[in-house]
Every structure is written in structure tokens, then in C-alpha cells.
Design a protein around this ligand. Structure first.
Ligand SMILES: [Zn+2]
Length: 296
């Protein structure tokens, strides 16, 4: 978040001000300085400041003048002028021409149109989604298909070798992020890895004895029967348990209780493995007969 003061602002800050010109200062330092020097601003300065990324001025009834910044489209910091966004100051140049990209997440160079390499960003950021457990799965689907469509390797077969390599890397990143976010268990593990990764290295155990007994009982019933109708009934019971555990996960993440979330993850992974076994043992016609779509 550090960046040099724009020259127009620099020229307005009194030489006795707290900012040494040329040094890097934070956005808040600059805004507080603007407020401090506000009475010194004159109308003729407005245009030059505007050119530097300051979108508007407002003359307050008190006759003090205050700068208002446009929202930065790059970092989404409210009221941060684009040229003061740290990320935009760090924007890389296009690998193919000398032009600086419009943002770190730019996929294509606006000047020469070539595909840029993928940047390191978390799965949620890739799809412009908030990093929460309860996600809008329709939004995820739309964002995934839009990105996949833009960056599919088939679209780059007549492009340079470098762009082909980048498109493969983009496609792999998009697919792995999508797979992780789409599945509640993988999404929960990923969220825990972002907040409390040490929990994931611990042994996977279900500590709640009631839940543990339920899981053992279900396992026993699965092992003891070859009756497809009974297996289907257990499949449905497991589906209910899965949904209840996902609800617990959602509550735990809302409370930011990562220990409880991790407990629910451990329970859920047992139900996932039971579910997987049942899917392999319940014949497809039994699902059809009951008009139930088998779900992973
Ligand atoms: Zn370029």
C-alpha cells in the first residue's frame, strides 16, 4: 500500500509538511495531508489533480476543500485513486511488448493482445468471490465457464508457444480452483488451510462419541448386507447426515470457529467415504426406480 505521492499533490504539500517529497507514503497519510492542507488548495489545482487520478473536488460549506478519489478499479479500495493503488504500482509489464498491464490480474495485454501468464491468487479471488464457505454456486459456475471459455487451450493453438503454455497453466489453475470450491468438503479444507493450516496436519479423528457410534453403526450395516434396497436406504441416511454436517460447517465458519469446522470436516470425510462405497454398491436401476439422482 506504499507509493510515491503524485506530483500534483506533492506540489501542494507545504515544505514544512510531514511528508518528505519522493518518499513512499501510505494512502491514508496522503489523504490526511490533503485534509490538512485543504485550505491551501486553489481552483487552478483541480484540473491537475484530476489528471493525476483524483476524480472530484468538493467545496464544503466551511470553505475547506477536500479531495475525493475515484474508486480504484484495480484493488477495489474505496476512494483510492488508481495511481495510488499499490497493486497497480506493481503491475507487471506485458511479456511481449513494453506496455504496463492495466492490473496484476490482467489476462491480456490491451496493446498487443497477447495472453499473460497466470498470477498467484487464491481460488476465491480467481472467480471474484468472497472467501466464505457459503458460496453462490450459480455464480461459481458462471465465472468458471466464462474464464474457461476465454482461456481454453484450444483457443491458442495458432498462437505463440509461450501463449499456449500460459493457456495450459491458466486452464489447470481454473480447473483446480473450480473443483476445490465446488465441493463442500474440499472448500472447507481449503478455507481452513487459509485460516488455520496447522489443524489440517493433525490426525483425522471424530471426537464426538455419538457421531462416532453412528458412523460405526452405518459401516456395520453396509458391511452386513447385500440387499440393494437396504443399501439404498443407508445411502439416503448418509445423504441426510452429509447435509446436516455441511450445515454445521457453515455455522462454524460463520462463527470463525475453525476448530469446530475442522471437527465437522473430519466427520464429513467419513460420510463421503461411506457415500462413495454405497454409490459403488447400489445398482443404477435402484436409483432410477426411486427417482433419485446419485450424488457424489
Ligand atoms: Zn503487450
Amino acid at each position: 500500500m506504499l507509493r510515491s505521492v503524485p506530483s500534483a499533490v506533492r506540489s501542494l504539500i507545504p515544505s514544512t509538511g510531514s511528508i518528505v517529497f519522493g518518499q513512499s507514503v501510505s494512502y491514508s497519510q496522503v489523504t490526511s495531508n490533503i485534509t490538512q492542507i485543504s485550505t491551501k488548495l486553489e481552483l487552478r489545482n483541480h484540473t491537475s489533480l484530476k489528471n493525476e487520478g483524483f476524480s472530484a473536488f468538493q467545496v464544503r460549506p466551511s470553505l475547506t476543500t477536500r479531495a475525493h478519489f475515484s474508486t480504484c478499479g484495480h484493488c477495489n479500495h474505496d476512494n483510492a485513486p488508481t495511481d495510488m493503488c499499490a497493486s497497480s504500482s506493481d503491475t507487471p509489464k506485458c511479456w511481449s511488448c513494453p506496455v504496463r498491464l492495466s492490473g496484476t490480474k490482467s489476462l491480456f495485454c490491451k496493446e498487443c493482445g497477447v495472453l499473460q501468464p497466470p498470477v498467484k491468487q487464491d481460488h476465491f479471488a480467481l472467480f471474484n468471490m468472497a472467501p466464505t464457505f457459503d458460496i453462490d454456486t450459480n455464480k461459481l459456475e458462471l465465472a468458471f465457464h466464462a474464464l474457461q471459455n476465454k482461456l481454453h487451450p484450444d483457443r491458442f493453438c495458432s498462437r505463440s508457444q509461450k501463449e499456449q503454455t500460459f493457456s495450459l497453466a491458466h486452464a489447470a489453475h481454473i480447473n483446480s480452483s473450480y473443483t476445490t470450491l465446488r465441493d463442500p468438503l474440499a472448500r472447507a479444507r481449503y478455507l481452513i488451510s487459509l485460516h488455520k493450516p496447522e489443524l489440517l496436519s493433525e490426525e483425522t479423528t471424530v471426537t464426538d462419541t455419538t457421531i462416532l457410534m453412528e458412523i460405526l453403526e452405518l459401516r456395520e450395516r453396509v458391511a452386513d448386507t447385500d440387499d440393494s434396497e437396504e443399501l439404498f436406504r443407508i445411502y439416503q441416511e448418509v445423504a441426510v447426515k452429509k447435509a446436516q454436517t455441511i450445515e454445521k460447517l457453515s455455522e462454524a465458519f460463520k462463527r470463525e470457529d475453525y476448530n469446530a469446522a475442522n471437527d465437522a470436516v473430519n466427520t464429513l470425510s467419513y460420510y463421503y467415504s461411506l457415500n462413495k462405497e454405497l454409490l459403488s454398491r447400489v445398482p443404477g436401476e435402484v436409483f432410477s426406480k426411486h427417482n433419485v439422482c446419485p450424488t457424489l
